[in-house]
Design a protein around this ligand. Structure first.
Ligand SMILES: Nc1ncnc2c1ncn2[C@@H]1O[C@H](COP(=O)(O)OP(=O)(O)OP(=O)(O)O)[C@@H](O)[C@H]1O
Length: 744
């Protein structure tokens, strides 16, 4: 022990040097930022914009230096050739530019995660530093050179087993933390895998897929910073609550520029919140909807049943079917989206109609007079109506809403769907949007292009905004008495505008539906439909993607049961797969029970080894139907008390979606009856449906009546997800027989 305390002292000295350097850099960055800010708002627009750029740079740097306070340095490598290297959250150099801390993502840090006794890479000792604040509180050494005393090989091949098991045993806070100090070798291989192509990471529950996906994003941003910062990285998660659960991980790794969203929120300024039956969601998720939407667009470019005859200004004009057919063909030939191609169609039709008009005149006319004729025809109401009927300007919302509100429109373009399937999709116009509508709207937006009516409205709005800004600039000039011709209202308005447009890549990308990203990270990817994949792939033309998920946990009927069946039609052979095999979350007994149930239900479960065993982790409590709820509520309250006795801790009660409200009020009533503080209850326990717990984890889960979940819409997959959420205890309460394969 004396040995270890000496070593701790040595490491404390190193840590003191590293934190002192961190403090120095923080102070220097703050000083530079202060100097830039003191520069004030004067100077030419260019100076001002340079200053803004520097200020943003220093602000980012200051935020990064603040974010790495906790566990700044967590490891040390000792090499055969006497070299020692410290590994931490960021790289640091001293004043002579000598490296004193290696960024965990640098190639020089790789051995910290990968070196094994069999492949040492010249490392004879790997040391994990356990720190609390700025104090070293413990050490864990792994001697990789088996000829040295103290060497030891972990059964599961885990590195830094002590540090890892301590991290896994810690109480959950409701927010995911980073795993940078204890990344395991199979995870590291995925994190550092090539940027090119799509990488699918398949793994059972708790194998660290989410953690790995986020650390990979941080790694790629480090290794390919220029490319990735210019075009951005997009992260897709299954729900807003999941995004909240993970939202501290990337900032703690010093990365803040990743855009994260869900399929429901994929289109900027649009949010789909309504729910619909799984049957309907499955139909709308089919890849064939790509063709259906395409046909729905071309169906809106149509030749009318009859010629239309009218008189304009004493001239006979015939809107002929033949002319419309030719103009449609001409407009389609330029392969522009519907709303843009419409311009060609209208121009061609007006030119043909103008020719009819001119042919009836007894004299020839000049070019500008012909333009007047065209304008007159363009503004004639009947002509406008006839041209719109032939080629209507459309928004994606209108196109998709019509498809489901007007059965004849769907029937016209969706011959792949049976009459029953078409009938299932019917809904009234004005119905609220659902998640599976979003990929259809996105597909439609792509094919329709900007509606120039919308663009015109935007231009009008911009002009109004400009007038408003000018007005404001004039007032500023008047009140600041800075006349004398040095600056005019227009120039000042420009300066205000420059300030407003000073956006980061992530901010610009987030606002732009058509933005294309350099890399895409998709979590819980098994849930995505073929249509959702089309929408995502469109956003990442390079196909550089990290796709993580588990096809045994798929509950969406439109999701993937096999990666190859889902991805090969979309990506051909431009995807590769890696598997994660160690379960870091669920105790062995719980994992085994979940797995046996899943195998009995023939789910495509991945092989899995559990890193932890906790005695009494799985407890099954039978009850009479009349007593079941009371038992569930009592267990939930008792378990919250137990898991929070040591500080942090979270319990989830999982019940089918329709019962969450009843359980929530039951818990509250019971807590009040027992004189407990409702605020404590709200902190420590959540009541969620199987769909809502996907991707999350808790110290303990109380699962009521598994047979209800098993026979519910998500079936055995939902039950598999629910059973695999706890890090410590799973309590199952039931009055009906347990589902096949499920037992203690
Ligand atoms: N190397 C590691 N060191 C410490 N903790 C780890 C490590 N790998 C995974 N974990 C922890 O294990 C838990 C499960 O990880 P994660 O949520 O990423 O798993 P998952 O595979 O995405 O699970 P699911 O399929 O159930 O969503 C998390 O608490 C994570 O922090």
């Amino acid at each position: 022990m004396a040995d270890q305390s000496d070593e701790i002292q040595v490491e404390q000295q190193t840590l003191d040097v590293l934190y002192a350097r961190l403090d120095e850099l923080r102070a220097a960055t703050r000083a530079r930022l202060g100097a830039v800010r003191r520069g004030g708002p004067s100077g030419s627009p260019q100076n001002r914009s340079e200053r803004d750029a520097f200020a943003t740079l220093y602000e980012d740097r200051a935020a990064l230096l603040e974010a790495v306070e906790d566990r700044l340095c967590f490891g040390r490598l000792d090499f055969d050739d006497q070299v020692t290297r410290y590994i931490g959250r960021i790289g640091l150099t001293d004043e002579q530019h000598t490296s004193i801390l290696t960024d965990w993502r640098a190639p020089a840090a790789q051995s910290f995660y990968r070196a094994t006794a069999a492949h040492r890479d010249g490392v004879f000792r790997r040391r994990h530093l356990v720190t609390t604040g700025r104090q070293v509180t413990g050490l864990e050494d792994e001697i990789l050179d088996l000829t040295l005393p103290g060497s030891h090989v972990s059964e599961l091949n885990l590195s830094g087993e002590g540090a890892l098991l301590a991290a896994l045993a810690a109480g959950r806070t409701g927010r995911m933390g980073d795993i940078v100090a204890t990344i395991q070798s199979e995870q590291d291989a995925i994190i550092r895998s090539d940027l090119q192509g799509a990488l699918v990471v398949q793994g059972g529950p708790g194998t660290g897929k989410t953690a790995v996906a986020l650390h990979r994003a941080a790694y790629l941003l480090y290794a390919h910073r220029r490319l990735l910062e210019r075009s951005g990285v997009l992260l897709i998660g299954p729900s807003q609550s999941f995004l909240r659960y993970i939202d501290q991980v990337l900032p703690s790794l010093g990365e803040t520029g990743v855009v994260s969203t869900t399929i429901s929120d994929l289109i900027p300024g649009f949010s789909a919140r309504a729910t619909e039956s799984p049957v309907v969601a499955e139909i709308k998720g089919r890849a064939v909807f790509g063709s259906i939407i395409r046909r729905a667009v071309t169906a809106r470019q149509r030749v009318p049943a009859q010629d239309v005859r009218l008189r304009v200004d004493g001239h006979d004009i015939v809107i002929r079917r033949r002319d419309i057919r030719d103009a449609i063909a001409k407009a389609r030939r330029n392969h522009k989206p519907h709303n843009q191609a419409r311009v060609t169609f209208v121009r061609e039709m007006l030119s043909r109609l103008a020719q009819q008009y001119v042919d009836q005149m007894s004299f020839s006319i000049e070019k500008d007079e012909r333009a007047e004729v065209i304008e007159e025809l363009r503004t004639t109401r009947e002509i406008r109506i006839a041209l719109n009927l032939a080629w209507m300007p459309l928004t994606p919302e209108k196109l998709v809403a019509d498809l489901f509100a007007k059965p004849h429109r769907l029937a016209q373009v969706a011959h792949e769907l049976s009459p029953a399937e078409q009938a299932a999709l019917a809904r009234p116009a004005g119905s609220p949007w659902t998640e599976s509508d979003v990929p259809l709207l996105d597909e439609a937006a792509e094919l329709l292009g900007e509606d120039n009516q919308v663009a015109k409205a935007q231009a009008r709005q911009d002009a109004e905004q400009r007038a408003h800004t000018l007005d404001y600039a004039r007032q500023v000039l008047e009140s600041s008495d800075s006349g004398g011709g040095l600056v005019n209202a227009d120039m000042l308005a420009d300066r205000f505008a420059t300030g407003a447009s000073f956006l980061t890549t992530a901010e610009r990308a987030e606002k732009d539906r058509a933005w294309t990203y350099a890399h895409l990270v998709v979590d819980e990817a098994q849930e995505l439909s073929a249509m959702a994949w089309r929408a995502l792939i469109r956003r990442c033309p390079s196909r550089s993607m990290t796709i993580v998920g588990d096809v045994a946990q798929t509950s969406s009927p439109a999701g993937a049961r096999s990666w190859s069946a889902m991805l090969t039609p979309l990506l051909r052979d431009a995807w590769r797969m890696s598997e994660l095999t160690v379960n870091y979350r669920t105790p062995e007994a719980v994992a085994t029970a979940a797995r046996t149930m899943a195998l009995t239900a023939r789910l495509p479960v991945s092989p899995l080894t559990s890193a932890r065993e906790i005695p009494g982790a799985l407890q099954i409590h039978p009850a009479a139907a009349a007593d079941l709820r009371a038992l569930t509520l009592d267990l939930a309250l008792r378990t919250v008390g137990e898991v929070r006795s040591g500080g942090a801790g979270q319990v989830a009660v999982v019940v089918p979606a329709g019962q969450t409200d009843a359980v929530r009020s039951g818990l509250l009533a019971l807590a009040l009856a027992r004189g407990e503080d409702p605020a404590d209850l709200a902190d420590g326990v959540v009541v969620l449906s199987p769909a809502q717990v996907k991707g999350l984890e808790f110290d303990a889960v109380v699962l009521e009546e598994p047979a209800d979940i098993y026979t519910g819409p998500g079936g055995a997959s939902d039950l598999y997800v629910a059973m695999t959420r706890p890090t410590k205890y799973l309590h199952v309460t039931h009055s009906r027989p347990l589902p096949p394969g499920m037992s203690a």
